[in-house]
Design a protein around this ligand. Structure first.
Ligand SMILES: NC(=O)c1ccc[n+]([C@@H]2O[C@H](COP(=O)([O-])OP(=O)(O)OC[C@H]3O[C@@H](n4cnc5c(N)ncnc54)[C@H](O)[C@@H]3O)[C@@H](O)[C@H]2O)c1
Length: 265
């Protein structure tokens, strides 16, 4: 069986390390290289003790050397677009989990993939429970006039609100066909108390240690509320989605946005 060769971009990061472990565990996948801006070594030991893979901070040289089928990227929005351009140029499929990527950059990735017939899966949330939470929020959206989202993450998360919260709000707004009713405070005693606002949905971000990735969607109507709650307690939660995306990305000839498209929901 031919294994799919994977390069991990951002390999020294929290998600990058988890991805490397997941790739090593999967008999259909093979880790062939690691790239990260920090770190000056030439090799990286594999977490399962099976050997080592070449490492560099230079993506293009690693692609030329290791000839991966797929690049998995968990870095930051600025790094992702540069890496995506390089990978697509070399015909390397993409799995992008980095959040906070601008619409213009997403559009560029979509256009480049289509032009070069390169597959990509871009998803703000690779956890199956997260995708189902968004799906349920979307289904529920048209039955309620009020909705708010509270997202809670670890204190080192750079962007706020989370990519998942933004995507959830956008999907809910789209499913409803109009903005939710947003009640601004008549007298805001502390600035920002009502959170951000997207499509009439107030968005609140909590950042502190002890959390990983959590979100609550609250929908309201007279006399009733519906709460949809997601808790991801470790990064392993994302890995079945990431490995599925790696296997699908090599078969695609264009970019797909959202894990839901791969799950058939
Ligand atoms: N889609 C999902 O399901 C999901 C899940 C968790 C995290 N994320 C997102 O993944 C991203 C990374 O999260 P993390 O917790 O692993 O962060 P992290 O800071 O632990 O890791 C990021 C890594 O990227 C590296 N990096 C930064 N700039 C680089 C560059 N120019 N070239 C190469 N490497 C570079 C850093 O050195 C670091 O090792 C964030 O955007 C986060 O929101 C997405």
């Amino acid at each position: 069986m031919k294994r799919t060769k994977v390069l991990v971009h951002g390999v020294l990061g929290r998600m990058g390390q988890e991805v490397l472990r997941a790739v090593c565990r999967d008999p259909e996948l093979e880790a062939v290289a690691g790239v990260d801006i920090k770190g000056a070594m030439k090799d990286l030991s594999l977490p399962d003790g099976s050997g080592s893979i070449p490492f560099s901070s230079n993506l293009e040289s690693m692609i030329k050397q290791s000839r991966p089928d797929v690049m998995v990227d968990f870095t930051n929005a600025e790094a992702t677009i540069l890496a995506a351009r390089t990978a697509i140029k070399h015909g390397v499929a993409l799995v992008i989990g980095t959040t906070g990527i601008s619409n213009a950059d997403l559009k560029e990735i979509e256009d480049l993939c289509r032009k070069r017939k390169v597959g990509a899966v871009v998803a703000p949330n690779f956890a199956i429970a997260g995708v189902l939470m968004m799906h349920l929020a979307k289904i529920s959206a048209r039955f309620f006039d009020y909705a708010e989202i509270i997202e809670l993450h670890h204190e080192q998360k750079l962007d706020a609100p989370s990519g998942t919260a933004i995507a959830t709000a956008r999907d809910m707004r789209e499913a409803r066909g109009k903005d939710f009713i947003h009640t601004a405070a008549k007298k805001e005693n502390v600035t920002g108390s009502r959170g951000g606002e997207l499509g009439g949905i107030a968005l609140h971000a909590v950042r502190m240690p002890g959390l990983l990735a959590h979100q609550e969607v609250i929908l309201g109507a007279p006399g009733q509320t519906l709460r949809i709650r997601l808790d991801q307690i470790n990064r392993e939660a994302f890995m079945p989605g990431v490995t599925l995306a790696i296997k699908k990305a090599v078969e695609l000839k264009e970019a797909v946005f959202g894990l839901d498209k791969l799950l058939g929901i």
